[in-house]
Design a protein around this ligand. Structure first.
Ligand code: NAI
Ligand code: MG
Length: 354
């Protein structure tokens, strides 16, 4: 079997960790008997912006074509391009054009990773955050009146559609149903946000009726963030709107040690358009060019991509290779109290695949 993968390194440490992700993909392909056909793209980065005055060419969709998946590094170089310009000009285009309505992030405490929460053992934190990725609070509906005057008024609307809410909830309930604990937590704020959030709650209740074997609860976002820190062992699948899911999916990995190892999928479950896999972290300008970035977030994203493509065994093998290497200080990077550089860590994971 052969998979066509669009590879987009982007900016900063994206250029350093993506080659390690590709190295491990190739090692997995060799061991499990499939091939990876790579198409590298130099757009969706701030260097491209400097040369062309835009983050991507007009015909980016034609250039990307119809790959089986997109393997993405990170975008952003705030010294030259404002972050909202670089992000809306690249990543958000992909999410919306390809209707990648699920943003999926695992939260798992791995061996060897120092946990900021006291007394936690590897394996005791293991859950998924499912974030709505195409609507909600991140809308472009709104405006500014009387700008720069005392009468200035700024409005931005939240957009929730029945189609959009129901499809993310169905995905989250399906995921909960596939797991041993079969537990789902919904993030809400229906006490304060009195129109959209009660609607979200209503749709959760309606969806829950179709999944009688899934236990579920809802928690307001303020206490839910506290529970992430105090009792991360209580969660299994957590579903949230675009904004709440964004916050929870950074907080979760931080509770489990470091964002340097956290992966994510921007998924279109219908398969009608490619899904995109990328680490949770950004381009890390403060350490870019030094060769010390942790490649594990990128490599774990490669495992999620293979799982999505149906290569379950290869994905599981990459995860256990990651666990082996993280347990070894000489092979892990400095951000998690190790001594290895980016390439040494990446090669060690590829080697551990056998
Ligand atoms: P960041 O994730 O790039 O960095 C935050 C901190 O974590 C920095 O101190 C960095 O050195 C450290 N860090 C991040 N990844 C690491 C790794 N793999 N190994 C070791 N240390 C790591 O977030 P920040 O600083 O807020 O954003 C920098 C740029 O990245 C901005 O332009 C931002 O817009 C962009 N960004 C892009 C994202 C994406 O492409 N999906 C996501 C988040 C930020
Ligand atoms: Mg975020």
């Amino acid at each position: 079997k052969s998979y066509r993968i669009a590879v987009i390194p982007g900016d900063g440490i994206g250029k350093e960790v993506v080659p390690e992700g590709v190295r491990v993909l190739e090692a997995a392909a060799a061991r499990f008997g499939f091939t990876i056909e790579q198409q590298w793209h130099d757009f969706a980065c701030c260097d491209y912006y400097a040369r062309h005055g835009a983050m991507m060419p007009e015909d980016w969709k034609e250039r990307i074509g119809a790959p089986d998946a997109i393997f993405f590094g990170a975008v952003g170089w705030p010294a030259t391009v404002p972050d909202h310009v670089s992000l809306w000009g690249s990543l958000i285009q992909f999410r919306r054009e390809y209707d990648q309505y699920v943003n999926l992030r695992p939260v798992r405490l791995m061996p060897g990773v120092p946990c900021p929460l006291a007394g936690r053992e590897p394996g005791s934190i293991d859950f998924w955050v499912v974030r709505e990725n195409t609507e909600g609070e991140y809308s472009s509906v709104g405006g500014r009146m009387f700008p720069g005057t005392e009468r200035e008024v700024v409005i931005q609307e939240t957009v929730m559609t029945r189609h959009g809410v129901d499809r993310i909830l169905a995905y989250a309930f399906d995921l909960a149903q596939s797991r041993p604990k079969k537990h789902l937590t919904s993030a809400t704020k229906s006490n304060g946000i009195a129109i959209t959030m009660p609607y979200w709650d209503e749709r959760v209740e309606a969806m829950a009726r179709k999944y009688p074997d899934v236990r579920w609860d809802k928690q307001h976002i303020d206490i839910l963030t506290a529970q992430f820190v105090l009792h991360p062992d209580r969660f299994d699948v957590v579903v949230g709107s675009n904004l709440f899911g964004d916050i929870l999916s950074d907080l979760g990995p931080a509770c489990a040690g470091t964002i340097g190892i956290a992966p994510s999928g921007n998924i279109n479950p219908s398969g009608a358009a490619p899904s995109l896999f990328e680490p949770v972290h950004g381009s890390a300008p403060d350490i870019a060019g030094k060769g010390i970035a942790n490649p594990v977030g990128q490599i774990w994203s490669a495992a999620m991509m293979l799982d999505h493509l149906g290569e379950r065994e290869a994905a599981a093998a990459i995860l256990s290779a990651i666990e082996t290497v993280l347990a070894e200080p000489a092979l892990r990077t400095a951000d998690i109290k190790g001594r290895a550089d980016t390439v040494t860590c990446g090669k060690a994971i590829a080697d551990a695949l056998g």
